[in-house]
Design a binder for this molecule. Structure first.
Ligand SMILES: *[C@@H]1O[C@H](CO)[C@@H](O)[C@H](O)[C@H]1NC(C)=O
Ligand SMILES: *[C@@H]1O[C@H](CO)[C@@H](O)[C@H](O)[C@H]1NC(C)=O
Ligand SMILES: *[C@@H]1O[C@H](CO)[C@@H](O)[C@H](O)[C@H]1NC(C)=O
Ligand SMILES: *[C@@H]1O[C@H](CO)[C@@H](O)[C@H](O)[C@H]1NC(C)=O
Ligand SMILES: *[C@@H]1O[C@H](CO)[C@@H](O)[C@H](O)[C@H]1NC(C)=O
Ligand SMILES: *[C@@H]1O[C@H](CO)[C@@H](O)[C@H](O)[C@H]1NC(C)=O
Ligand SMILES: *[C@@H]1O[C@H](CO)[C@@H](O)[C@H](O)[C@H]1NC(C)=O
Ligand SMILES: *[C@@H]1O[C@H](CO)[C@@H](O)[C@H](O)[C@H]1NC(C)=O
Ligand SMILES: *[C@@H]1O[C@H](CO)[C@@H](O)[C@H](O)[C@H]1NC(C)=O
Ligand SMILES: *[C@@H]1O[C@H](CO)[C@@H](O)[C@H](O)[C@H]1NC(C)=O
Ligand SMILES: *[C@@H]1O[C@H](CO)[C@@H](O)[C@H](O)[C@H]1NC(C)=O
Ligand SMILES: *[C@@H]1O[C@H](CO)[C@@H](O)[C@H](O)[C@H]1NC(C)=O
Length: 494
């Protein structure tokens, strides 16, 4: 019943049996050095202590700066917003200079090339090669340094706040037994609680880099009803949270802010992977994690924020109309092909797949390798969630809908008629033709392209957009896709 127990016993037996070489086909001369180690046998420990006493001194944690928010924010309310916004629309600059960024030739000064492995320029001091930004002794300033930085970090803070509430919320609404039924133990609950603590630290860091106008925590409206659905939602939410940061990190004006933000997003990446493992998905079925533009992250996030306190700093990013995938696979099924159309809890683009499917169609408590999707370090799926060439049925919303905190933002698009589906995954942007079947519906097929040979580009939780053109873009100029985006959705490829 409980997958933890199964996993533990397999691990123990794996240690006990040493398989004969070769264990990796084609990898020869792998002989172990001529030492012989005999693993201890016998009964494992059942009593623990007293331990040896070792040299130590008494320490105290010392004084750390306070966090902006405690981990538990007291009484919370959740659910949809039912009021009237006092203001609407995205934050706007006093002046806006154009409608599209014209492409330019490469930066004329970016010409460095090293043909011989030798240092080309005088070194400032021994062991420090010439170059680098922020390496000439300038004192670091850990503050946002432009409107671009400010809006990016403010978006990041909106994300950290929902995660802080979300992780606690799942622990609060589901019992230990509910978690056990999903194969997650009391230790896993502590781990999720620890992730919530990480968020209060991240929110403090981002607040400090913004200053006094940094937004506070808001009120949220979650889509899940069960532990599996909670985990699935977390897996999706942290996916766009992480990818949103990868999208803007290298573009920040403040390298100092980029430095600290990298150090928090590395943690978020681990959270995303852990939630995949808790859902029995392959932990990281890709070689590269993708980046998306800020307006994409905001589009995915906004529908789950019901209201924010008066005077909360507003965001300048765009909210695109929603792109719905009618036939995303259900990761709770051992046979993802059998997923019914619209097998979601709701119709927001990141809503989790329904976990209340018949027991004999579920993979949650299955023990068979290749078919189980109980929590594990890694899982093989004999029947993949999706595959190249799979038909993907889509519908999309018209612009002009109220979304986000207090329903105070409005979805918009600057694009013409949709013609392509853009798949943003790993290092790649791939377009497939859209076949329209109605004013707001159509289909396409999952592409088969690879990043490098052996690494299919589309896998994991993948970002898809409906576009009017197939503009050639690469990771560092991806945001130039925005004027071409008709609608934005999420595809559960693996
Ligand atoms: C040091 O580098 C910074 C950019 O990293 C630059 O703005 C500044 O002018 C440099 N200072 C000197 C004295 O070269
Ligand atoms: C995605 O990754 C999983 C796990 O490695 C694999 O089973 C599946 O075939 C992959 N999908 C594609 C399209 O390559
Ligand atoms: C949003 O709703 C909250 C709660 O009703 C209210 O305090 C706040 O002022 C509203 N904000 C906007 C921008 O309407
Ligand atoms: C919101 O801002 C207005 C104008 O600055 C101010 O009068 C009001 O007190 C603020 N409300 C809150 C709750 O801070
Ligand atoms: C997708 O749409 C096609 C018609 O275009 C239909 O035949 C197919 O059954 C649909 N698939 C799903 C899973 O809804
Ligand atoms: C799922 O559908 C694809 C396409 O029709 C098919 O090739 C594949 O065999 C199906 N998977 C299983 C396990 O039947
Ligand atoms: C989502 O939208 C589709 C198509 O409009 C509809 O068939 C389905 O019932 C909706 N699902 C929910 C949970 O509202
Ligand atoms: C899975 O394995 C556990 C422990 O080995 C066992 O108790 C349980 O009945 C098995 N479940 C199924 C569906 O076979
Ligand atoms: C897991 O999948 C890989 C390929 O994706 C395959 O090589 C391996 O044999 C599978 N392992 C098990 C235990 O099924
Ligand atoms: C599609 O849009 C056109 C123009 O707005 C409208 O006349 C037509 O009825 C729509 N078709 C459907 C199937 O909604
Ligand atoms: C994916 O991106 C890599 C790296 O930029 C590129 O070499 C490759 O051709 C791309 N693959 C496809 C299918 O576009
Ligand atoms: C984006 O960058 C690529 C080079 O990586 C370039 O070929 C392409 O033209 C650029 N796209 C636009 C719209 O500037």
């Amino acid at each position: 019943m409980f997958n933890k127990a199964i996993y533990a016993s397999t691990l123990l037996s794996a240690f006990a049996v040493a398989a004969p070489a070769p264990q990796v086909p084609g990898y020869t001369d792998a002989d172990f050095p001529d030492v012989s180690v005999t693993e201890a046998t016998g009964a494992p420990a059942t009593t623990f202590g007293p331990d040896s006493q070792i040299n130590a001194i008494l320490t105290t944690p010392g004084s750390a700066p306070p966090r902006r928010s405690s981990v538990l924010t007291g009484a919370t309310s959740h659910g949809p917003f039912s009021g009237t916004a006092t203001t609407t629309g995205a934050e706007q600059a006093p002046t806006t200079l154009g409608t599209a960024i014209p492409p330019l030739p490469p930066n004329p000064t970016a010409t460095y090339y090293n043909p011989n492995g030798k240092l080309q320029d005088p070194a400032p001091i021994p062991y420090q090669p010439n170059g680098g930004a922020g390496t000439n002794g300038t004192e670091p300033r850990y503050m946002v340094n432009s409107d671009f930085d400010y809006e990016s970090i403010t978006l990041g803070l909106y994300q950290e706040w929902i995660e802080l509430d979300l992780f606690n919320n799942g622990l609060a609404v589901f019992s230990e037994d509910d978690f056990l039924e999903a194969g997650l133990t009391a230790e896993d609950r502590s781990y999720i609680a620890f992730m919530a603590q990480q968020e209060s630290g991240h929110a403090t860091l981002l607040t400090n880099m913004l200053g006094e106008s940094a937004p506070p925590q808001c009120t949220y409206d979650y889509p899940f009803r069960t532990v599996r659905e909670f985990i699935d939602f977390n897996q999706k939410l942290t996916r766009w949270g992480e990818s949103g940061v990868w999208g803007f990190l290298a573009h920040l004006d403040s390298r100092e802010v980029g430095n600290l933000l990298s150090q928090s997003i590395a943690t978020e990446a681990r959270q995303q992977m852990s939630f995949r493992q808790m859902l029995g998905l392959h932990p990281m079925p890709v070689w590269f994690e993708t980046g998306i533009p800020q307006s994409w992250q905001w589009t995915y996030l906004a529908p789950y924020i019901s209201s924010c306190p008066e005077n909360t700093t507003r965001l300048a990013w765009q909210n695109f109309p929603a792109l719905h995938v009618a036939n995303n696979p259900n990761p709770n099924r051992f046979s993802p092909n059998d997923t019914a159309a619209w097998e979601y809890v709701g119709n927001r683009t990141s809503d989790p797949a329904r976990s209340d499917i018949p027991a004999d169609e579920s993979c949650v408590n299955v023990n068979t390798t290749g078919y189980s999707c109980g929590p594990a370090i890694a899982r093989n799926r004999s029947e993949p969630l999706t595959f190249p060439g799979r038909q993907v049925n889509l519908t999309w919303d018209a612009p002009g809908q109220a979304v986000g905190p207090n329903n105070s933002y409005v979805t918009s698009t600057a694009a013409k008629l949709p013609q392509f589906v853009a798949w943003v995954s790993q290092l790649n942007l791939t377009y497939t033709p859209l076949v329209t079947t109605g004013n707001n519906s159509g289909y396409t097929y999952q592409p088969a392209g690879e990043v490098y040979e052996g690494d299919p580009a589309v896998n994991g939780t993948t970002f898809i957009a409906l576009t009017d053109e197939d503009v050639f873009l690469t990771p560092f100029n991806l945001s130039m896709i925005n004027p071409h985006v008709v609608a934005l959705g999420l595809y559960q490829a693996g």
